[in-house]
Ligand binder design. Structure first.
Ligand SMILES: Cc1ncc(COP(=O)(O)O)c(C=O)c1O
Length: 457
């Protein structure tokens, strides 16, 4: 059909009311939360763009799959369905379910890294970085220079800097047990990686004898970007592009809370037999038996069904366009965002928007809190609070101070998104009223989740 309007490729069968609050109620809620939106009660949030992880709406087919869940401890039918779907998609020999993505990361890194090792990636996500650093290893970001320039429009800003990767493999290769690439690159703005770049990483891994692992949380969104932006892929199905992506790697970590279209779950997959034995042994210790890995049988069913739905073209067309729609509105109003729009989120450049708030006074937190107080919308800082604290206790500004507006899958309608755009534009217009923050208390690792903040006078 040749109409310009791209509609939600579903209709709504069940709805959940959202709660409207007054500004005074939001002020009290944020104060009680130590000015950290992670510590709010979700019911005090009108539109929740904190994350796209585990927050999607499952389809009627997923809910009916839930009823087919086989809860046998060992060898459940649901595991074999899950395994078959994941193998068809990824081609990997060993498929190890985990309760979410970070469990896959912990198992992979705990069984393969030692202190002093280096893991390169385009950009490590926070849990990936933390799970590497906890082993005494270094998480090194090697995204292309374009990926560090928020306003620059480039089709594949998630690409790995292949020259820098080769330099690392030549100079310090004996410290690199594996190479990772995150598709799409969440910490760098939800930007895709091209197939050409993934082939380049594969070639370097072959040349220097390194395993290549994907952080595959948003593989379907990445596949769709390849279809739209990379020569030779326009006529391919998203699923066949995704299969090609996986065929270039030796394994992956996956959070099924994103492109698994499920509310919980993940997996670790790989071809190497010896690594898989070590991974399953640790899995049994910390997650569960290898055919359930910390998940219920019904979770495995929901993920299997979700992985089949997520590569449908109508879904991906709607998904990528609805995120871009929010981005277009903000760009038109002059709000600085990472361009082009990411797959799962829009990232406001808070450092650019709030030049009067220095990075160590956390401009991202300032904008996040301003948006919550103004409109009841919850977003998240991806900047100096998340990445500025180093294992030696020092603090420096992160590369960027961003505010992520993550779009849950199949949850909000176009009018919700129009409301978000209106609110973000209004808060940006009144940016002079936003001030900085200082941290009152915070843990040493992953501090952004539980830190408490105080407004600077
Ligand atoms: C790129 C990336 N990797 C890993 C993870 C961790 O997954 P999970 O939240 O399921 O532990 C996330 C989650 O947000 C992510 O975006």
């Amino acid at each position: 059909m040749n109409f310009r309007t791209i509609i939600e490729p579903f209709r709504i069968k069940s709805v959940e009311a959202v709660k409207f609050t007054t500004r005074e109620e939001r002020e009290a809620a944020l104060a009680a939360a130590g000015n950290n939106v992670f510590l709010l009660r979700a019911e005090d949030v009108l539109i929740d763009l904190l994350t796209d992880s585990g927050t999607g709406a499952m389809s009627s087919l997923q809910w009916s799959a839930v009823m087919r869940g086989d809860e046998s401890y060992a060898g459940s039918r649901s595991y074999y369905r899950f395994e078959a779907v994941v193998r068809d998609l990824t081609g990997f020999r060993h498929i190890i379910p985990t309760h979410q993505g970070r469990a896959a990361e912990r198992i992979l890194f705990h069984t393969t890294l030692k202190a002093g090792d280096i893991v390169p990636n385009n950009n490590h996500f926070d849990t990936t970085r933390a799970n590497i650093e906890v082993e005494g290893a270094e998480a090194r970001d090697l995204v292309v220079a374009e990926g560090r320039r928020p306003a620059l429009v480039h089709p594949f800003k998630g690409n790995v800097d292949l020259r820098a990767l080769e330099e690392l493999l030549v100079e310090e290769g004996d410290r690199v047990p594996l190479v990772m690439v995150t598709v799409t690159n969440n910490s760098g703005g939800g930007q895709p990686v091209s197939m050409e770049n993934l082939r380049g990483v594969r070639a370097l891994c072959d040349r220097y004898g390194k395993p290549f692992f994907l952080d595959a949380c948003r593989f379907a969104e990445n596949a769709y970007f390849i279809k739209r932006r990379e020569a030779g892929y326009a006529d391919r199905t998203p699923k066949s592009i995704a299969q090609e992506i996986f065929s270039l790697a030796d394994g992956c970590t996956m959070s099924a809370k994103k492109d698994g279209l499920a509310n919980i779950g993940g997996f670790l997959a790989m071809n190497d037999d010896a690594w898989a034995v070590a991974a399953r042994n640790l899995l049994i210790l910390t997650e569960g038996f290898p055919t359930y890995g910390g998940l219920a049988g019904y979770d495995l069913e929901a993920i299997a069904q979700g992985l089949e739905e997520v590569t449908e073209e109508a879904y991906l067309r709607y998904r990528i366009r609805s995120t871009e729609y929010l981005g277009d509105k903000l760009i038109e109003a002059g709000v600085p965002i990472i361009r082009p729009a990411g797959g799962h989120a829009i990232y406001v450049d808070a450092r650019d928007l709030l030049p009067h708030v220095p990075p160590l006074a956390y401009p991202g937190i300032s904008f996040v809190n301003g948006l919550y107080l103004e409109a009841g919308i919850r977003s998240v800082e991806i900047g100096t609070v998340m990445f500025g604290l180093h294992p030696d206790g020092t603090e420096t500004p992160a590369t960027m101070d961003l505010v992520r507006l993550a779009i849950p899958r199949r949850v909000y309608t176009q009018s919700h998104v129009d409301y978000v755009a209106e609110a973000v534009i209004e808060v940006a217009r009144r940016r002079a009223e936003l001030g900085g923050y200082r941290i009152v208390t915070a843990p040493a690792v992953l501090r952004h989740f539980t830190a408490r903040f105080e407004k600077l006078r």
